[in-house]
Design a protein. Structure first.
Length: 70
């Protein structure tokens, strides 16, 4: 697993947008006792390198769409 921190109070909007870009990541909040929003997402990196690369590219596009830089 790779944990990535974003400059967000809640990564849920990024997670939802990433799904629309065809990549599945989960908010770090699913791994906390109180499920409170936070700045982390969890990325599975136990896939073939090409799939990880494509997923990270899609996540980057989702991020740029979210911040209005895309």
């Amino acid at each position: 697993m790779l944990w990535a921190r974003f400059p967000l109070a809640d990564t849920a909007p990024l997670v939802n947008l990433a799904r629309r870009h065809g990549v599945r990541v989960v908010p770090g909040s699913i791994h906390t006792a109180d499920k409170s929003p936070g700045p982390f997402i969890r990325i599975d990196v136990d896939r073939p390198a090409g799939l990880i690369s494509e997923g990270l590219n899609r996540l980057a596009r989702a991020w740029h769409d979210l911040i209005g830089d895309g």
